[in-house]
Design a protein around this ligand. Sequence first.
Ligand code: C2E
Ligand code: CA
Ligand code: CA
Length: 300
Amino acid sequence: ASVGLVTSAEAFDSAEKYVVAAGIAKSEAKHGGKNIAVFYNSAMGEIIKNRHKVRTEIEKACKENLFKVVFQPQIELTTKEVFGFEALIRLQNEKYPPGEFISVAEESGLMPKVGRILTEKVINTIVEWRNNGVELKKISINYSAAQMKDKEYIPFLKALLAKNAIDPKYICIEITESMLFRDRALAKNIFDEFSSMGLRIALDDFGTGYSSFSYLTYIPATFVKLDKSLVDTYLKQEKYHVVENLINFVHGLNMKVIIEGIEEKWQADKIVEYKGDYIQGYYYSRPLESKDAQNFKLNI
Ligand code: C2E
Ligand code: CA
Ligand code: CA
């Protein structure tokens, strides 16, 4: 249950306002992960209003094609070459960062639509790069648990790949463990379908949430992405052995490790020392516009 509470300390002048306030607190309880009780406070009204504005902006962007996609290079550490890119969505006007509008899209049922728009843009980019004679690399697409509702997503993706004659090996799907919490059986089905299509799977955000080791054994992932928060915690407080052990652990399961959020040289050096496979971080490159990404090479 998600419970919203309001006390008489709010001193509203009508009963109706108490009911509205309790409703706002309840939606905050849902937003905060459900199964909790939340007290109303006046700042919540502002949060809700802002969320409404973001939602309107997303709806507009869906209708009027106002999203764009940027590509962040992933560097293979043994060769220092670009191994692939992660596709990251942006509002063209950059009014809200993806970290903010994706969660609103997820809550308000807009994520299936946004996910398809992003997927189409990625496919179009691959076609464009191929037409420009660029050597193709794997592109990772983030798949939100909120897209599990979109029963036709997999056929949609299959059809797009077939229509454009794109080998599925060029697509990697980044999933998160939150899919398992939503519906474990369905999640498992979706993983299997992705795999049997020939797509690769990366388990994203490892080191946040629950990150139970047991998930790793039954998600058919090729890659595990160690989250930036892990890097921040363990490569900054000199608890290096944690990162080293995690890399070894993932290797023990025959998976490759992508380390996110590396911003400094000494961090990259540590990851090389610990035999991490790939780095995606500002140290090598920020996310790039398509025209810059297609020719990106490292000159370190
Ligand atoms: P994420 O999937 O973990 O994506 C990685 C985020 O880390 C990106 O932020 C990227 O720019 C950022 N990052 C990479 N290296 C560094 C670094 O060295 N330092 C710092 N400070 N940040 C770094 P971005 O693009 O703002 O995306 C934030 C989140 O929004 C993503 O986290 C993902 O959860 C979501 N998102 C973005 N695009 C999409 C999308 O197309 N679909 C879905 N479902 N979610 C998306
Ligand atoms: Ca990701
Ligand atoms: Ca991540």
